[in-house]
Every structure is written in structure tokens, then in C-alpha cells.
Design a binder for this molecule. Structure first.
Ligand code: CU
Length: 113
């Protein structure tokens, strides 16, 4: 019996941590911006501060999504086809999202307080 309890905790704790990172209270799934045919789809997304945007690579080659802004700065690095990467936006404002490999790719994330 005690062993089972420990095993349950091991499963539960990582999930609890993920819940905290995801902002916890949200029943809503995070909004997704796909990378498809060397474009962001959709090109604009609005979220509330503290929420996530999931960047998903639908192309059969790599992308490198990043934000050049001073705030909410991030760089996903090379993102393999078929993978998703969540990014939390903790500062309100309008943020341009770009791809290092394809400079013409542009999206905008609006983060409201
Ligand atoms: Cu790209």
C-alpha cells in the first residue's frame, strides 16, 4: 500500500507542476499558432496576460520561432516538424512573432491585462 501511494505521487506531482505552468484555473485550451506553408496560421491571436500560445510546426521542415521584443522575449530554437511548443506571455502588449529561418514569416500576439 505505501508503495502504491508513492507511485501515485510520482505521477501526480509532474501533472501538478504542469497545471501551475499552464495557469491552472483555465479550462480553456491554449490558443495555437501553426506554422504552415512558411506562414503563421492564424497570423493574429489575442490572449490574456499569463496565458499561453502553443506554436505548432505543421510543415515538413524546421522552423525557429522567436520574439524580438524586449518583453516576453523567447526563442524556441529549431522546432522539428509535428512538434508543439507552448510559450507563456507574462507582459501585456502587442508582440511580433518571427521565424529566424524564414524572415518573411510574421504573426502578432496581443496580450491584454
Ligand atoms: Cu520558418
Amino acid at each position: 500500500m505505501p508503495r502504491q501511494g508513492v507511485a501515485a505521487l510520482r505521477v501526480f506531482l509532474p501533472l501538478a507542476v504542469l497545471g501551475v505552468l499552464a495557469g491552472s484555473g483555465g479550462a480553456q485550451a491554449p490558443k495555437t499558432i501553426a506554422q504552415r506553408d512558411i506562414s503563421f496560421v492564424p497570423r493574429t491571436v489575442s490572449i490574456k496576460v499569463g496565458e499561453q500560445v502553443v506554436f505548432r510546426n505543421d510543415d515538413p521542415f524546421g522552423h525557429n520561432v522567436y520574439s524580438p521584443a524586449q518583453e516576453n522575449i523567447f526563442d524556441i530554437g529549431l522546432q522539428e516538424p509535428g512538434t508543439e511548443t507552448p510559450v507563456t506571455f507574462s507582459v501585456p502588449g502587442e508582440f511580433t512573432i518571427q521565424c529566424r529561418i524564414h524572415p518573411k514569416m510574421r504573426a502578432k500576439v496581443t496580450v491584454t491585462p
